[in-house]
Ligand binder design. Structure first.
Ligand code: COA
Length: 149
C-alpha cells in the first residue's frame, strides 16, 4: 500500500487533528499559542509530517534536522534527523502507516535518531533501528535508537 506523506501546516485544522493523538503536549500547545498571538503565520510550516485517510489525519511524526554540533549519537559527529512523536491512531495501526513515515524519513539519507516508547521496540527493530551505547547522564529517561543509511 502506497501512502502519501505530507508536510503539515500550522493552522487550527491541524491542531484540532493533533488532539486525537496521545502524545499531544507542549509542542502543540505552543503552536496554538503562537498562532493566537500571530507570532507565526497561519499555514506556516511545522516540523510535522503526516498521512491523511480522506481528510482525516491518521498518522504523524515530528522530524527535523540537527546539526553535527549537537550530535551525541554518531561517530564521527554528523548532521542527523531527530524523529519523534511517531504515532498512528488506534484504528489505523498495523496497516503500514508507521512504516511509510519511517521510510519517508529514511529517504533523506541521513542518520536518524529516535526515542522509542517501551512497547514499540519491536517495531523499531523491524525498521532497522538499533540501541546506542550512549552517555546516560546526558540522556536520562530516554531510549535512544538510531538508524544509519
Ligand atoms: N510490536 C511489534 N511489531 C510491530 C508493532 C509493535 N508494537 N507495531 C507494528 N509492528 C510491525 C508490524 O507487524 C509490521 O510488520 P510486517 O511489515 O512484518 O508486517 C511492521 O511493524 C510495520 O507496521 P506498521 O503497520 O507500519 O505499524 P503502525 O502503522 O501500526 O505503526 C506504531 C507502528 C508503533 C508507530 C503505531 O502502532 C503506534 O503509534 N502505536 C501506538 C503506541 C505504541 O507504541 N503501541 C504499541 C502497542 S501497545
Amino acid at each position: 500500500m502506497e501512502y502519501n506523506v505530507e508536510p503539515l501546516l500550522v493552522n487550527y485544522k491541524t491542531l484540532e487533528e493533533f488532539k486525537k493523538f496521545k502524545e499531544y503536549g507542549i509542542q502543540e500547545l505552543s503552536m496554538h499559542e503562537d498562532l493566537e498571538a500571530n507570532i507565526i503565520e497561519n499555514d506556516s510550516e511545522s516540523p510535522f509530517y503526516g498521512i491523511y485517510f480522506g481528510d482525516k489525519l491518521v498518522a504523524r511524526m515530528s522530524l527535523y534536522r540537527r546539526s553535527a554540533k549537537f550530535d551525541q549519537y554518531f561517530e564521527p559527529p554528523q548532521d542527523y534527523l531527530e524523529l519523534w512523536k511517531l504515532e498512528v491512531l488506534p484504528d489505523y495501526q498495523g496497516k503500514g502507516y508507521g512504516r511509510a513515515l519511517v521510510e519517508f524519513a529514511k529517504h533523506y539519507n541521513l542518520p536518524i535518531k529516535t526515542n522509542a516508547r517501551l512497547q514499540s521496540h519491536d517495531f523499531w527493530r523491524k525498521m532497522g533501528f538499533e540501541t546506542v551505547t550512549y552517555n546516560m547522564e546526558r540522556d536520562l529517561g530516554q531510549n535512544p535508537l538510531v538508524w544509519k543509511p
